[in-house]
Design a binder for this molecule. Structure first.
Ligand code: DLL
Length: 440
């Protein structure tokens, strides 16, 4: 991208009727492109008896079939590409938990459109060409590193492309370069703050003022802890490889939900059980259609992320609708003794007890020989709270257990562990270990 991107993007403030006109034109165009170029979709649409010309209004999107993660696996690696390979300039892949990764391909125009969204996301957090931004999202097949990188450069800001890891060096560079902002997962930023403290670097005294944190769920309570510990303002940034990467949604300065770049990603909320579209304001599964991406468009992609569209306009004046922060993925939920539990509920529960350091925790699920399930929650506390005094530790443990039982309605075993005991992550933190099918 040659020119620095203008941070005040007209696309963020379009009157809704104009935005919807653009959305409809783009939707019609992309559906025709899909139908003509991707045999998999053509077959799906034919099975439903729907043709591209049936899309006459935005609501007609509901006539189209959903796309699931399984469809990407089944067509691995390039089965959903809608352009010849010589038009694809970039591949990314997400690791997935089992087997083959999910592969995504981009044309040059797709990369530019993604960069545009990412630049607008950073601009929403006040970044300008005067800023130096450390990008600690992983570079490579993960979309976080290169996605944020392009956005930072497009804004005309200075990128420090550290990627994840080598944490001590990251802190040295942050200090020596006078870094103003950082892009990374919230869990990695916590790790950075701890390491800085160990090195005698006071993050609060550094020029860093802003963080763009995403790629994993983090609660409001976690945000408070991070902001208190570091003195920076944090912006929740959302995205997923199947759409493009980071920069699908961003908080503005009001921090009351994430604006979706709707001229590029068309959002719907559905009931995850019935597939029925829910009205704005109701909570369900987020579904996206990429209406401005040609290499590998996604039609009604079921993200598994649970949220709602916030119906009220935002005080910032952007006309792009907002979603609530993603507190959970439907596939992160586990059932223990008949109760549905999301890790974020556990995080909120123990953070309300004021003894945890910057929060590190780990949840392990096991099954007893008699078939009953157990949940062990290991929680790190602050150095000054950790002691050899068993009585003190037991009291604290009780407080945590009580809060978790109060919120979840079930008992969990809580174990307080010493600071540093839980392994740190450089990217997305893995917090739940479900060993129930391996323990008897
Ligand atoms: O995590 C893209 C990304 C990179 C987003 C950097 C933000 C910052 P995937 O690896 O495909 O892509 O994982 C996507 O991560 O469906 C959500 O479940 C989760 N996720 C992403 N951002 C957030 C967020 C990148 N802000 C999956 N809050 C998504 C909660 C998030 N969950």
């Amino acid at each position: 991208m040659a020119k620095p991107y203008n941070p005040v993007s007209a696309a963020d403030y379009l009157p809704r009727h104009l935005l919807q006109e653009i959305q409809l034109k783009r939707l019609q165009n992309i559906i025709k492109h899909e139908y003509d170029n991707v045999p998999f979709y053509r077959q799906r649409m034919d099975e439903k008896g729907v043709k591209p010309e049936d899309i006459k209004t935005l609501k007609d999107i509901q006539l189209l079939p959903f796309t699931m993660k399984k469809d990407l696996r089944d067509t691995y690696p390039f089965g959903l590409f809608a352009v010849p390979m010589n038009k694809i300039v970039r591949l990314h892949a997400s690791s997935g938990t089992t087997g083959k990764p999910i592969v995504v391909g981009y044309t040059q125009e797709d990369v530019d459109s993604w960069t545009n969204c990412m630049a607008r996301a950073l601009a929403a957090g006040g970044v300008t060409s005067n800023d130096i931004i450390q990008n600690s999202y992983g570079y490579g097949l993960f979309t976080g590193g290169l996605g944020a990188h392009n956005g930072i450069e497009a804004l005309g800001a200075t990128v420090v492309p550290t990627s994840g890891g080598n944490t001590e060096r990251q802190i040295m560079l942050m200090r020596d370069f006078g870094v103003n902002g950082i892009c990374c997962t919230p869990s990695y930023f916590i790790h950075l703050c701890e390491k800085a403290a160990e090195m005698g670097v006071d993050v609060k005294a550094l020029p860093i003022r802003v963080g763009f944190f995403g790629a994993e769920p983090w609660t409001q309570e976690m945000r408070q802890r991070i902001e208190e510990a570091s003195g920076i303002e944090t912006f929740d940034i959302y995205g997923l490889s199947e759409m493009s990467g980071p920069g699908v949604g961003i908080e503005c300065e009001h921090h009351c939900g994430l604006h979706i770049f709707e001229e590029t990603f068309y959002p719907e909320i559905i009931d995850p059980d019935t597939g029925e579209v829910l009205p704005d304001g109701e909570r369900g599964e987020l579904v996206f259609t990429t209406i401005n991406k040609f290499g590998m468009p996604m039609i009604r992609y079921r993200t598994r992320d649970l949220t709602r569209i916030i119906p009220e306009p935002c005080p910032c004046g952007r006309t792009l609708r907002r979603i609530d922060r993603i507190s959970a993925r439907s596939d992160d939920m586990f059932i223990i003794r008949g109760v549905n539990v999301f890790p974020s509920q556990i995080e909120s529960a123990f953070l309300s007890v004021d003894a945890t350091a910057l929060p590190h925790y780990r949840i392990t699920l096991t099954r007893r020989p008699d078939g009953l399930d157990d949940m062990l929650i290991e929680i790190e506390v602050r150095e000054d709270q950790f002691s050899d005094d068993m009585r003190k530790m037991n009291e604290l443990q009780k407080k945590f257990s009580h809060e978790i039982e109060r919120i979840l309605g079930i008992r969990a075993m809580v174990k307080i562990v010493q600071p540093g005991a839980i392994p740190r992550s450089e990217g997305k933190a893995k917090r739940v270990f479900d060993l129930r099918n391996t323990t008897k």
